[in-house]
Design a protein around this ligand. Structure first.
Ligand code: SF4
Length: 413
């Protein structure tokens, strides 16, 4: 098996620091029949601090780990440790728990590895460089990759399939190149990437292959960089529809989604509906959504916030580069969508993150962003990225109205 490709240039580190966040905030941890059997054979009793009858929930031929009343994993103990890990070692845990927050995606003869930034160690870039963890990743990849993974074709770049992996990966390399540009704000790099992808689509260049493709993409990327050298002094305001969808996307990414929240009897379902109504209306005050996101005036979030702190720019660059390098934005990693559409949707996370960061700042009585607001916003936004239902038409509509570009620019100021 060819080793993972994790470009060390993104500078991503990660090791688990046992904070227990993932065990508190995840909705469904699916277990295989073998894992179910293994857990049952571990003979858990009430003396271990668990309800032995609520360890696994089964239905429709599938099994998942049970939850405590607050939504935390049934095996999480009061010191944020996994009871299976403490008693039987890491290898005894279900694969989903051993894998998180890593993501592994096939790419022809190799595979790509990325991270969920809902893990605090990933956002804080703490631990060993990911590019140096080949042996452990290799072991996980053997368990994760589906049979026949080398035969899976890449997703289309635009609409039509046809490219082989090497030609498809050329597009992601150029995307990463655009995002890696030093000392350029992330909003501008996203706008440049969106610009040259539009030209690929409009010029029907999604099937370009071989050496000639390298030259064409080089020229398109250079021209996008020349054309978009800074944020215009007079930034075009996003349309009311663009801003409405942005606020609903914020809700989609920031609401709490534990099993406790999904219970039909749970007050939080009604709270989410009420929050959707308030966010859609955007008059007066926001709803109080969760810890840190208080009731504040919409107008205070919508005021210009000034420049984004340099540390936050660095985090956002790393975030978008890891997503692109690991293909965590298109194909099998993102609802089977083509590269260009997947990237447009990924770019929408930029205004989502900044809107959330502003909401956190205003909730804290401030009118300028701190680096920590953006860190917290990235964690929230990435939590449900690629899990929550995706509406392809919404991304297309926002693109047709040029609202993706307008939103990226508007919330960068
Ligand atoms: S959230 Fe990250 S650091 Fe915390 S326990 Fe889970 S994997 Fe480890």
């Amino acid at each position: 098996m060819k080793t993972a490709h994790m470009d060390p240039s993104a500078g991503q580190n990660w090791s688990c620091h046992s904070c227990g966040e993932c065990c508190r905030n995840h909705l469904l941890i699916t277990v295989s029949p073998e894992e179910k059997q293994r857990i049952e054979q571990q003979n858990w009793t009430a003396a271990d601090g668990v309800n032995p009858l609520g360890l696994i929930v089964s239905g429709l031929g599938r099994h998942r780990l049970g939850h405590q009343v607050d939504g935390a994993c049934v095996f999480l103990d009061s010191s944020a440790r996994c009871r299976i890990h403490s008693k039987f070692g890491e290898a005894a845990k279900p694969l989903a728990c051993r894998l998180y927050p890593l993501v592994i995606h096939p790419a022809g003869n190799e595979w790509k590895v990325g991270l969920r930034f809902s893990c605090p160690s990933a956002t804080d870039n703490r631990g060993r460089p990911l590019a140096e963890q080949g042996a452990a990743l290799q072991k996980l990849a053997k368990e994760v990759l589906p049979e026949g993974w080398k035969q899976s074709p890449p997703p289309p770049v635009a609409e039509a399939s046809g490219l082989g992996w090497p030609d498809f990966l050329r597009f992601t390399r150029w995307l990463d190149h655009t995002l890696a540009a030093p000392e350029i704000p992330v909003s501008l790099k996203l706008v440049q990437a969106l610009d040259w992808l539009n030209r690929v689509e409009r010029g029907c260049l999604d099937q370009i292959a071989g050496e000639g493709a390298e030259e064409i993409l080089d020229a398109l990327v250079a021209s996008a960089a020349e054309k978009t050298t800074g944020l215009p002094a007079d930034i075009e305001k996003p349309s009311p529809i663009g801003r409405l969808f942005l606020r609903l996307l914020v809700l989609e990414h920031a609401r709490s989604v534990t099993v406790a929240d999904q219970d039909v009897r749970s007050a939080s379902r009604w709270k989410t509906l009420a929050a959707a109504f308030r966010l859609a209306r955007s008059r007066g005050r926001t709803p109080a959504l969760r810890e840190g996101l208080k009731r504040v005036e919409f107008a205070d979030i919508e005021k210009p916030f000034g420049p984004i702190p340099p540390g936050a720019e660095a985090l956002l660059t790393r975030y978008f580069r890891v997503k692109v390098q690991s293909l965590h934005f298109c194909g099998r990693a993102f609802h089977g969508r083509p590269l260009i559409e997947g990237f447009r949707n990924l770019a929408l996370l930029y205004p989502v993150i900044l809107w959330l960061a502003r909401w956190l700042a205003v909730s804290d009585g401030r009118s300028a962003l701190s680096e920590s607001d953006v860190v917290r916003a990235v964690r929230l936004a990435d939590h449900s990225y690629s899990y929550s239902p995706y509406m392809s038409w919404r991304t297309r509509l926002l693109h047709q109205r040029n609202d993706i570009v307008r939103l990226c620019r508007w919330y960068a100021q």
